[in-house]
Design a protein. Structure first.
Length: 83
């Protein structure tokens, strides 16, 4: 029964993705609207820094703050009580 549910979920995800791709209109990047003033594009380094390095750095800062400010002392898993 588990394979059936996984197959159904995969088919649903694939169908949804396909429908979204078919129903979305292509971006008109070459045709500018009136009043639009596009700036210069980002370089590869700027793009990687903005969309890869900045989120990783933010994640590291938040994870570091959580670990440093964690006040709990007990790190060992508790043994289950036998009934």
């Amino acid at each position: 029964m588990d394979k059936k549910n996984a197959l159904r979920a995969g088919a649903l995800a694939a169908g949804t993705t396909l429908m979204m791709l078919l129903m979305s209109s292509p971006a008109s990047a070459l045709i500018h609207d009136d009043g639009e003033d596009p700036g210069k594009g980002l370089s590869v380094g700027e793009t990687l820094g903005l969309y890869v390095l900045a989120p990783l750095a933010l994640f590291a800062v938040i994870a570091g703050l959580v670990m440093v400010l964690d006040k709990s002392k007990d790190r060992q898993p508790k043994a289950k009580a036998k009934a």
